[in-house]
Structure formats: structure tokens, C-alpha cells
Design a protein around this ligand. Sequence first.
Ligand code: FAD
Length: 347
Amino acid sequence: MTRQTIAVVGAGLAGLRAAERLLDAGAQVTLLEKSRGPGGRCATRRSPVGPFDHGAGAFRARTPAFQAAVAAAATQGLLHAAPAGQRLLDLDPGPSDAPAWRGAPFMNAWPQALRERLVGRGLRLLTEATVRGLRRESTGWLLELAEEPARAALGDTRFDAVLLAVPAEQAVPLLQPHDPAQAALLAACRSEACITLMAAWSDPQPGGPHLLRPAEGPLALAFRQDAFDTGAADLAPTRWTAHARADWSLAAIDTPPEALLAPMLHALRDALGEAAPGGAPTHAAVHRWRYAQLLQAAAAPCGWSAALGLGSCGDGWLGSSEAAMPLDGLERAWLSAGALVDRVLGG
Ligand SMILES: Cc1cc2nc3c(=O)[nH]c(=O)nc-3n(C[C@H](O)[C@H](O)[C@H](O)COP(=O)(O)OP(=O)(O)OC[C@H]3O[C@@H](n4cnc5c(N)ncnc54)[C@H](O)[C@@H]3O)c2cc1C
């Protein structure tokens, strides 16, 4: 293969995996990420009272390829499985008995370690670099970036190929002007919104549940974040992460986060009943995920136009309803990125 120059847009698990496979193949890779760090929805929010896993909380590995990747990351201490026979965040192991996995100690440990390893191998990573448009010229692809510092860093680099590893809804407008057929596949995808509360109390809260799945009210799931602490000092001893139901979240998605604090705290207290921590929280924040988890992903493993050098991957793909067991979002993201790079290298 001639040394290809490739842009990967989005540094979630899919973008990091695509970048890794491309570096393995000898490509020159630039990874562009709109936020300050990698991980995407495999996310951990740092706070003065300790970290909160405010995106994916756990995942399963059902295919041999992803199981191998997860086992390798576990060997490096970046992931850990639920102890045998136990459930982690109430993920049902299902008939395949796939255990639930978590980042160790927190969810973004794996993407952070991948980032460091890839940068060490020559990856050019640009953060706070939002790709808002793609331009195709005879000499290659040019990326239009929103932020001036990233624009200056990128210069007029031209790329042989652009791989989009962003949520389906955000890939569509970038694909549409160039490859309407690929855009149409992702336009059929639908993601659920999710409003997430991160709240901490300075008093220890002994006993009580560590996990809630309330049958009614705004919350779908809440868990004691401090259950995953590894003894670091200065962490608030009682920390809850709570995710609202999809319908409640969608109705609230354009409400300012400050205005969502009171109803989310109220919902958590209601769900906990007598086990609710007393007094005001020492820390509380809300994150609004407009696109959290896919309701329906495209059936194909990825999108790729060899003629254009334009592709897409991520959890918007590999949603085949014929699969015996639907794959979790993180596994779809990982596998889809591998499938796309196979297509890119295959020409
Ligand atoms: C609250 C919540 C709970 C979840 N629970 C689970 C779970 O239990 N199990 C599970 O497996 N999955 C779960 N998921 C889903 C899982 O997190 C995703 O499926 C997975 O992280 C998707 O990875 P990705 O790389 O495809 O996309 P992402 O992680 O979204 O990465 C895309 C990246 O692209 C960046 N980006 C977007 N647009 C641009 C642009 N224009 N320019 C530059 N960068 C851009 C984003 O900032 C992001 O970093 C959950 C998600 C949320 C939010």
C-alpha cells in the first residue's frame, strides 16, 4: 500500500480503533475531536469531588474479536469484569453469559490509554477541532474546522480519505453533499436522548441500594458511583450518577442544565425514598446527551465509498435485527471501525 494520508473524525472508541488499525497498516493518520479529550460517550466527568461515569456505565463483549480486545485491555488493568455470578449495573449477561465489563477504575481509562499509545506511535491528534464541512478537490479532501487554533494546526493538509466516527445524526450532514446514499443509511438511525445527573454528598451513606431501576418517575437508572472508587483521597463518599428515561430526556433536552438540576435531584430523592442522603448535595451537575444510545442502527457494518475515499463507522452501524443477540453500543463502535478499515485497506 502507498502511504495514505487519512483523517478520522471523532475520537470515541470507534475513531480510536480506526486510527489504531490505520497506523498498524502504515498510514499517516490525523484524528480530529471536537471536545477536549478522547472517549466520546465512553465518558468520565472529573469534578472537585471525584469522577462520574456519565456516559456508558458498563458493556458486554459478545464476538470473539471484541472479546480479544477487551481481554487485552483487561490484562493492562484498563477494564475489569463483574465478579462471577454477579451483575454489573444490572446488565443481564444473557444466554451467552457474556460478563459485563467496566473501565478500571473509570470508564474512560481505556480510551485515554489508547490515545496515549497512538500518539506515541505517531498519531496526529487535534482536539477542540470540530469538523463542520468536507471539501473534495482534485488533490484530496480538505476539512473545514470551526476553531481557529485547530485550523491553524491543520493548515491546508489534504487527505486521501476521510473516515467519520461520529454519532449517526452528526455524520449525516457531513456525508450528504458527497455521498447521499451513505447518508441515507444513517439518516434512518434514531438515537435516544439522555439527561444525566451527577450529584455528591459529603456524608457517607452506609447501606441502601447501590443501583436503582425505578418502575416509574423520570429516572431509568441510577447507581452509586463511589461503589467503584479505589480508595483515592478527597473523593466525596456518596456520589450518584442518574440517567433519566428517554421520553423525559427528549422533552427536556433544550432546557438549560441549571434548570434540570432541581427536577433530577428530586427524582433521585423520590426513587431512593428513606435511603436518600440528607441535606443539600455538595456537588451537582447535569449533562444533556442529545444522542446517547441507538434505538435502531443501520444493518451494514460500516459505510464506505472507495471512489470518493469517504467512509463512516461507529455505533450507528452493525444493528442487524437478524443477530441472535444485539450487540452493545461500544462493541458495535469497535467492530464497525475495524470493518471500515478493512474496506479502506482493501481498496
Ligand atoms: C448515558 C449513556 C449510557 C450508555 N450506556 C451504554 C451501555 O451500558 N453499554 C454500551 O455498550 N453502550 C452504552 N452507551 C453507548 C456507548 O457509549 C456508545 O455506543 C459508544 O461510546 C459509541 O462510540 P463511538 O465511537 O461510535 O461514538 P462516540 O463515543 O460518540 O464518539 C464520537 C466522537 O466524535 C466527536 N465528534 C462528533 N462530531 C464531531 C465533529 N463534527 N468533529 C469532530 N469531532 C466530532 C464527539 O465529540 C465524540 O468524541 C451509552 C451512552 C450514553 C450516553
